[in-house]
Design a protein around this ligand. Structure first.
Ligand SMILES: [Zn+2]
Length: 203
């Protein structure tokens, strides 16, 4: 819900705090108003620091098999025998029948472009000259067809007046439905991460 400031505090430290409008209500928050200036000039004790926060978390049984598989140059999926569904990345239970899944399968490194986009901003929303091409690949052997998000590589982007075209190494336009194959990093550089696949390239 958007909050819009409708009234500023009369003066720092005054009883009257800033008021905000949230929907049809005007609200003030409890406490003593502190201005940016009071903070900047040290009138109010404050502390700043750069937290050196490092995180680790378990990928879980199913996704761990997927990640270790990537390190070995494989795409691992799971098969639900109840529903006759094959999906990747693997999951420990079937989201359709909610039964446990324990049958892991190796899938081909090939697939079909489900959708893609030409992206001129990076993850921090900064404009970039060389675009990236996020692509959703339906991995061969999945049923119903499905897969995951990755990047399209070994392509060039051709900007025209009203459109942007993605061309393969032979100059042919790449579109939804195009066959692609995964290109892995050299074995020594793999880390059991999704980025062990460098990108998918048009086949
Ligand atoms: Zn199922």
């Amino acid at each position: 819900l958007a909050a819009r400031k409708v009234r500023s505090a009369k003066s720092p430290g005054s009883e009257e705090n800033e008021a905000y409008r949230i929907g049809s209500r005007e609200v003030t928050f409890a406490g003593t108003y502190v201005s940016s200036e009071e903070l900047a000039t040290g009138q109010v004790p404050s502390e700043t620091w750069d937290p050196k926060a490092r995180y680790r978390w378990s990928a879980g049984v199913a996704v761990s098999k997927f990640l270790y598989g990537l390190r070995e140059g494989r795409i691992v999926g799971v098969h639900c025998q109840t529903c006759d569904r094959t999906v990747t990345p693997p999951r420990a239970f079937c989201e359709v029948c909610l039964g446990p899944i324990s049958k892991y399968v190796d899938l081909p490194k090939t697939g079909t472009i489900n959708t893609f986009t030409v992206c001129y901003i990076d993850v921090a929303a900064r404009r970039v000259e060389t675009p990236t091409i996020p692509v959703v690949v339906d991995i061969d052997g999945t049923k119903p067809a499905g897969g995951f998000l990755h990047l399209l590589g070994e392509v060039t982007v051709k900007k025209e007046r009203r459109s942007v075209k993605v061309l393969d190494s032979r100059g042919r336009e790449v579109d939804v439905g195009r066959r692609v194959e995964g290109v892995w990093k050299p074995e020594a550089e793999r880390e059991a991460l999704i980025t062990d696949i460098k990108y998918f390239r048009p086949a």
